[in-house]
Ligand binder design. Structure first.
Ligand SMILES: NC(=O)c1ccc[n+]([C@@H]2O[C@H](COP(=O)([O-])OP(=O)(O)OC[C@H]3O[C@@H](n4cnc5c(N)ncnc54)[C@H](O)[C@@H]3O)[C@@H](O)[C@H]2O)c1
Length: 446
């Protein structure tokens, strides 16, 4: 099938490459000319395991094209995906300007009927707005062409995006049209062979499904962080509590890890956007507001530990930081807890020596060159001459370090672990002071 994807980011690029891999003929359109030119040279703008060979193979086979030529993109696909960003507006609601700009572009250039697919995460009612926008432009042009707007939210996880798109848990399609459903079934048939993964529903329910999924996951994290904070004050160990509750099949072990707060491009903005959506229809989303508030507080946690450990005297202190990305296997630092920590450390006069397996270029892009940030080539180099080590991201590379080396390099043998990667007893045996999240009394609460 001929498919066009607007927006070549985490979602658009992965989805396009995966569709091309099964034989669809895909044109990707982006307004970022540098990104498009780089992709033509095989330079992939993001880090995702398995993505580079997939893109290169399909580009060379001619099934995947990259262009800034929107008219060409619109002519190409019967199916037009909108996969552009929906960042938070000033008040926290989703900013639809990019989505509506693509809708306008499609309407401006279309010369045959189109199925327009909202793949971006968009508030309930957006499909109606996209429809109205397309209809208005077609009316201005004085042409009568059929079009449908479908909601097809994306559930991929950054860091496992290729695998998630190739073997999705579910493919949610929001449409009332049997003809459109049939076309979407044809498009996704290669991903639907093993068992039925398509869940077809009305458009509004599909739009809400995406927010409900992310808000549920964010709620689990904030719940565990709240329990961890209580565990600290009560002298309990949240890791034991986690196992104790996870063993109940009604609760389960998935996604109940306490930590230094959720980040990334989705949970923070999607929780905020659903809060705004609720308020617009006169509903007070008390739970979602608390989820957000707990997370906001949690992102302060690591700084509070460091600050308390050094009795508030951070001027001139060197802090080694392991992990910059908001989670492992990605270079994405959007809303990452590491950013809150670094910015607070800098404000207190400390210097950061950071290492991340993939996000160093992203950190350089965000913060540029500054005297109080050294991006180091290895995790050991980040430790040299540092006063303390803080772990922000649970990369595999950080899970079993040589603690003798860690101790040798640090001026003060102390680890503040935002992901509970290590065992307090073991570190005590090494003579290293250890503060995790919710693991008995902490330096910040004692
Ligand atoms: N990143 C994730 O893990 C994830 C997962 C599920 C859903 N989503 C949702 O998918 C959407 C896209 O997210 P992302 O992380 O891929 O964003 P991104 O910022 O990585 O990519 C967006 C791309 O769209 C391009 N763009 C903007 N305006 C355009 C236009 N008018 N025409 C063509 N291209 C245009 C940008 O240049 C950029 O390359 C968002 O709504 C997000 O919430 C993201």
């Amino acid at each position: 099938m001929k498919v066009t994807v607007f927006g070549i980011g985490y979602v658009g690029l992965v989805q396009a490459a995966v569709l091309a891999e099964v034989g669809h003929d895909v044109v990707c359109v982006d307004i970022n000319a540098e990104r498009v030119e780089n992709l033509k040279k095989g330079i992939i703008p993001i880090y995702e395991p398995g993505l580079t060979p997939l893109v290169q193979r399909n580009y060379e086979a001619g099934r995947l094209q990259f262009t800034t030529d929107a008219a060409h993109g619109v002519q190409h696909g019967r199916i037009q995906f909108i996969a552009v960003g929906t960042p938070p507006d000033e008040d926290g609601s989703a900013d639809l300007q990019y989505v509506l700009a693509v809708a306008k572009t499609i309407a401006t250039y279309m010369e045959s009927p189109k199925i327009i697919v909202d793949k971006s995460t968009v508030p309930v009612g957006t499909a109606d707005k996209v429809s109205a926008c397309v209809a208005a432009v077609l009316a201005e042009r004085g042409v009568e062409l059929g079009f449908d707007v479908v909601s097809n939210p994306e559930f991929l996880k950054e860091g496992a995006a290729v695998a998630d798109c190739q073997r999705p848990d579910r493919i949610v399609i929001g449409t009332d049209s049997p003809a459109v459903e049939e076309k979407m079934r044809e498009l996704y048939a290669p991903f639907n062979r093993n068992h039925e993964r398509m869940i077809v529903m009305d458009v509004r329910s599909a739009e809400l499904t995406k927010y409900a999924a992310n808000c549920m996951l964010a709620t689990k994290i904030s719940f565990m962080n709240e329990m961890a904070n209580l565990a600290e004050l009560l002298g309990a160990d949240i890791e034991k509590v986690r196992q104790g509750i996870g063993s109940d099949p009604r609760i389960g072990y998935h996604f109940i890890y306490p930590g230094c707060g959720y980040g990334g491009s989705c949970f923070p903005k999607d929780v905020q956007a659903l809060v705004k959506t609720a308020e617009k229809v006169g509903y007070v989303p008390a739970l979602l507001k608390s989820v957000e508030q707990v997370n906001y507080r949690q992102k302060d946690k690591l700084f509070a530990h460091v600050h308390a450990y050094f009795d508030g005297d951070l001027a001139g202190k060197r802090i080694a930081l392991w992990g910059l990305s908001f989670k492992p296997n990605t270079d994405d630092m959007r809303d990452a807890p590491s950013r809150v920590l670094m910015e607070k450390l800098w404000a207190a006069g400390a210097v950061v020596q950071a290492f991340d397996p993939e996000a160093m270029n992203e950190a350089q892009r965000i913060y540029g060159t500054r005297a109080d940030l050294s991006l180091m080539g290895t995790k050991e180099a980040a430790l040299r001459g540092a006063d303390a080590l803080v772990v922000c991201t649970e990369w595999n590379a950080f899970k079993a370090p040589d603690f003798d080396v860690v101790k040798e390099h640090l001026k003060h043998p102390v680890i503040i672990d935002g992901r509970n990667l290590y065992e307090p007893d073991m570190l005590e045996a090494y003579g290293i002071a250890y503060y995790g999240i919710g693991r008995g009394r902490s330096v910040a609460t004692s």
